[in-house]
Design a protein around this ligand. Structure first.
Ligand SMILES: *Cc1c(COP(=O)(O)O)cnc(C)c1O
Length: 482
C-alpha cells in the first residue's frame, strides 16, 4: 500500500509508516492511499465470527501494510479491551426503527476514543519501523473532546509526549475537569487565554516554527499530529463501519454527525472497500456549510459562526473534505479548491463533480430547536437517550427518509454520551438543572440511567494542571515540558 499527498501532482509515494509518523504531507496536503483496499464477500463473511478488535485488525492491516500483522492485532486487542470499553467497543443497538452505532463507551465518553485509543500504538509501531529514535511530541489544540481523548490515548505510551492546549474560558466544566486531572508521566495540559481560534493558531505557529523544530531535533524529539488530518486517526474509524455493516447483515444507509468530515469519510471508505453501505447522510448543526456544499456545489465559509449545543460540530473548515475531493477530482483541482478556500474563503465544484458526490452523499442540518426536539422525542417515544450531536444526526436521518422514501435500514452514528453534554440534554427534556456534574446527576435521576464511570470518577478529583498561558507563551511552555 502506497500513499500520496492530495495536493501533489507528481504523485510522490510514501509508505504507511512514514504517513503515520509525519501526520501531514510536506506540501500541506493530506495523505491518502493510492487505492482503497477491497474486501470480497468471503473476506467479509470471514470477519463475522471475530471480536471487534480482530475485525479492526483485519481492516487496519489492509491499509498499514508495512507494519507487522501480529503487532497490529496485539495493538487492537489492547486498545479495544473490556476495561477501556466496558459497554463493548462499537455496539449496534436498535431503537424506534433505526439502528444506532454507539461509539461512546470508551474512556472519555466520545467517539474520538475509537481512534485515539489505538493511534498512539500505531504511531509507536511506525516510528520503530522507520528506524527513527527519540520521542514523538504531540501538540493538540482542542475545543474539548479531542484533547481528553488524545491525553487518554497517549498517557504513558513509550516514545511519545503530549501537551494539550485548551481555551481557558471555552470548554465545559466536565471537559475541563477531564483534562486537568489527567494521569500519566508524559502529559501536560495548559489553559490558553482567548478563544479556540486564538489557541489553535498559537499552537500551529509553534508546530511550524523552524527554531522550535531545531530545539526538538537537538533533544532527539520530533513533532507529530493527533488531529484527524493524520491518517492514523482515520483508519481505525473505517473498521467500525465494516463491523457495523456485518452486524446489521443487509445494506444500510448511514447518518453521521459531522464536523471535520473525518468520521463520515471513514464511512465512505468502508463503502468503497465493499461493505454493504447505501447512502451516506452528512448531518450538520446550525453551522451548515457542508449541507450547502452537497446541495449546491458551493463551499463558502464566509458566514456567521454559531456556538451551539453540539460544540464538536461547530466548524466551518472541514479538513477531511479535501480527501474526498481528491478522490473525485484528483490533485490539480483539489489544490486549486484549497487555495481558493484559503485565499477567498470559498470554492465551487463543477456540475459533474457534484453529481458524482450526490450519488453517495446527501446532507441535512438541524437547528437548535430541532436538536432539542430530537432528544425529547427519542426519549419520550423510545426511551432512548441521545446527546446533542447524535440528535442532529437523528434529525437529518428523518429528513432524508421523509424526502426520499428510502426504505433501507438506517444506521445513525452516536458520537457522544448524553451525560457529557448533560446541561443541554436536561434542557431538551425539560429538566431543571445546574451546570456540569449537577446536570449529570439530574439527568441520571430523571432517566434512571447511570452516569458513565469515567465521568463520575473525576468528580471532586484535585486538578494536576492549573496553568494558564498566553498565546505568546506557548513555545516556552512546550520547552519547559520537553
Ligand atoms: C469530533 C466530534 C464530531 C465530529 O466528527 P468529525 O470526524 O470531525 O466529523 C461529532 N460528534 C462528537 C461528539 C465529536 O466529538
Amino acid at each position: 500500500m502506497k500513499f500520496v499527498s492530495t495536493r501533489d501532482v507528481t504523485r510522490k509515494e510514501y509508505n504507511p509508516s512514514e504517513v503515520i509518523k509525519a501526520g501531514i504531507a510536506p506540501d500541506g496536503g493530506l495523505f491518502f492511499p493510492t487505492e482503497i483496499p477491497k474486501f470480497n464477500k468471503y473476506e467479509l463473511i470471514g470477519m463475522m465470527p471475530l471480536s471487534y478488535a480482530d475485525r479492526a485488525a483485519r481492516v487496519i492491516g489492509a491499509y498499514l501494510t508495512d507494519l507487522d500483522r501480529a503487532d497490529i492485532e496485539k495493538s487492537c486487542r489492547a486498545a479495544y479491551c473490556d476495561s477501556s470499553f466496558p459497554g463493548g467497543a462499537a455496539p449496534v443497538v436498535s431503537a424506534g426503527g433505526k439502528y444506532f452505532l454507539e461509539l461512546y463507551h470508551g474512556p472519555t465518553c466520545a467517539f474520538k476514543d475509537m481512534a485515539l485509543q489505538l493511534m498512539p500504538r500505531l504511531l509507536a509501531l511506525s516510528v520503530k519501523r522507520s528506524g527513527a529514535s527519540g520521542d514523538a511530541v504531540i501538540l493538540v489544540a482542542t475545543s474539548g473532546d479531542t484533547g481528553k481523548a488524545a491525553l487518554e490515548g497517549f498517557a504513558d505510551v513509550e516514545g511519545t509526549r503530549i501537551a494539550v492546549f485548551f481555551p481557558a474560558g471555552g470548554v465545559s466544566e466536565i471537559q475541563k475537569k477531564q483534562m486537568c486531572t489527567q494521569r500519566g508521566g508524559n502529559v501536560a495540559v495548559f489553559g490558553v487565554e482567548g478563544n479556540f481560534d486564538d489557541c489553535q493558531s498559537a499552537v500551529k505557529s509553534v508546530l511550524c516554527d523552524a527554531a522550535m523544530r531545531e530545539y526538538l531535533r537537538e533533544r532527539g524529539c520530533f513533532f507529530s499530529s493527533a488531529n484527524s488530518i493524520n491518517f492514523g486517526r482515520l483508519v481505525p474509524q473505517v473498521a467500525y463501519y465494516v463491523s457495523a455493516s456485518l452486524d446489521i447483515g443487509e445494506e444500510c444507509c448511514v447518518t453521521v454527525p459531522t464536523g471535520n468530515f473525518g468520521n463520515i469519510l471513514a464511512a465512505y471508505m468502508a463503502k468503497r472497500s465493499g461493505a454493504p453501505i447505501g447512502k451516506l447522510i452528512c448531518a450538520s448543526n446550525r453551522n451548515n456549510v457542508l449541507t450547502d456544499f452537497f446541495n449546491t456545489g458551493v463551499y463558502d465559509r464566509r458566514r456567521k459562526f454559531y456556538l451551539t449545543s453540539s460544540p464538536s460540530m461547530d466548524i466551518l473548515i472541514s479538513s477531511n473534505l479535501e480527501r474526498l475531493l481528491w478522490l473525485v477530482c484528483g490533485p490539480e483541482k483539489t489544490a486549486l479548491y484549497m487555495r481558493e478556500l484559503k485565499e477567498e474563503g470559498a470554492f465551487s465544484v463543477d456540475r459533474s463533480t457534484l453529481d458524482i458526490l450526490r450519488r453517495d452523499f446527501a446532507a441535512y442540518y438541524a437547528d437548535e430547536k430541532q436538536v432539542s426536539a430530537a432528544i425529547a422525542e427519542s426519549w419520550r417515544k423510545n426511551a432512548y437517550l441521545i446527546d446533542t450531536h447524535t440528535a442532529a444526526g437523528l434529525h437529518a436521518a428523518e429528513e432524508y427518509k421523509k424526502e426520499t422514501g428510502d426504505a433501507r435500514p438506517m444506521l445513525v452514528v452516536s458520537t457522544a454520551s448524553p451525560f457529557k453534554f448533560a446541561p443541554a440534554v436536561c434542557s431538551a427534556l425539560g429538566i431543571r438543572s445546574g451546570d456540569g456534574f449537577a446536570a449529570a446527576d439530574a439527568l441520571a435521576e430523571f432517566t434512571g440511567k447511570e452516569i458513565p464511570a469515567p465521568i463520575s470518577a473525576i468528580r471532586g478529583m484535585p486538578d494536576r494542571f492549573t496553568r494558564t498561558v498566553s498565546g505568546a507563551d506557548i513555545a516556552s511552555a512546550v520547552k519547559s515540558f520537553i
